[in-house]
Design a protein around this ligand. Structure first.
Ligand SMILES: Nc1ncnc2c1ncn2[C@@H]1O[C@H](COP(=O)(O)OP(=O)(O)O)[C@@H](O)[C@H]1O
Ligand SMILES: [Mg+2]
Length: 301
């Protein structure tokens, strides 16, 4: 299914052959085959696909940088699916420490035993490790990954030894960027990744996404939702409103609620408008919605 998506995106055939060769060179261990994702959403975006596939085939790690809801996690999942790799999701919040990433000694039944962390297991099993929101992690926690992410391809686990990465292992880090309060990633870490700037989804791809997600939504209304999103996007670009309500995740959820029968305007209020707490901004967004979103039946013949 995923290779068909690559073809429908117009990805170069030689890249697709490269991915197929990678798959047959690196069979997945049966104990972790359930971790190979079956993506819930396809990722649309030819340029990002080409950059990512090429970099991963060259053995590089990826950092996906972009605003919220640009499909960073969806893309990481699709990449693991394309290469048929088991995936480990590692959330890098402020309290993550080195032990929780690579593992640590624990007591079990009165004896000391090493409890392997997700990064270590991913490394041994040739997995794709998603280092989610990597910029939120403490530098001390992440320093343990420096040797993992560069040419050394190894993890030094205190009290356990040196673990060499399986040749199929790759890491895909994500970070939000583009609104006040986002933390920068330190330079040493950034230098260990190829950095893909995640674009906002294009008009054409948003139409494809909505049509696929909601096959019974009437075309003319689907077009209105696309136009609504683009209009909020341009208001953000002109600094008329903040990016709070530019939330594709919220838009898709609102359409889902409308499909369930909730009035579309109310669904958009709780999916989009209420994410902003500024009175002026809320009314600006509500106006855009009122002008675009019809009353009545949106779904069906
Ligand atoms: N280019 C894209 N292709 C497919 N889906 C996308 C794209 N951009 C955003 N989305 C949709 O936006 C939602 C959020 O995606 P997610 O990967 O969680 O975003 P992020 O991690 O960037 O915040 C999903 O429903 C996803 O399908
Ligand atoms: Mg995310």
């Amino acid at each position: 299914m995923i290779l068909e998506l690559l073809r429908s995106e117009g990805i170069d055939e030689s890249l697709i052959r490269g991915v197929e060769a990678f798959r047959s060179d690196h069979p997945v261990d049966g104990s972790v085959s359930a971790r190979v994702p079956v993506p819930r959403y396809p990722f649309y975006g030819k340029d990002a696909w080409e950059e990512a596939l090429t970099a991963l085939l060259c053995g590089e790690n990826l950092l996906l940088v972009g605003p919220k809801a640009t499909g960073k996690n969806v893309f990481a999942e699709c990449l693991a699916a394309a290469f048929a790799r088991p995936l480990w999701d590692v959330s890098l919040h402020v309290n993550a420490d080195a032990d929780s990433l690579v593992g640590a000694d624990t007591f079990a039944d009165g004896a000391v035993a090493f409890r392997e962390g997700p990064v270590c297991r991913c490394a041994r099993m040739g997995g794709f490790g998603v280092l989610d929101e990597i910029n939120m992690a403490k530098n001390e926690a992440i320093a343990v990954l420096h040797a993992t992410l560069d040419h050394r391809r190894a993890i030094d686990v205190p009290g356990y030894g040196r673990v060499q990465l399986d040749p199929a292992t790759r890491f895909i880090a994500t970070m939000n960027h583009g609104y006040a309060g986002t933390r920068e990633l330190n330079e040493a870490l950034a230098s260990r990744f190829m950095v893909i700037a995640m674009p906002r989804i294009s008009e054409r791809n948003l139409s494809r996404l909505i049509a696929r997600e909601f096959p019974s939504l009437r075309k003319k209304y689907a077009d209105q939702f696309v136009a609504l999103f683009l209009e909020i996007d341009s208001k953000c670009a002109n600094s008329e409103v903040s990016t709070r309500s530019l939330d594709l995740r919220g838009l898709l959820s609102a359409i889902r609620l409308a499909e369930r029968g909730l009035d579309a305007a109310r669904a958009l209020e709780i999916g989009i408008v209420n994410k902003s707490f500024d009175e002026f901004e809320r009314s600006a967004i509500a106006d855009v919605i009122a002008a675009r979103v019809p009353r009545g039946r949106l779904f069906g013949e």
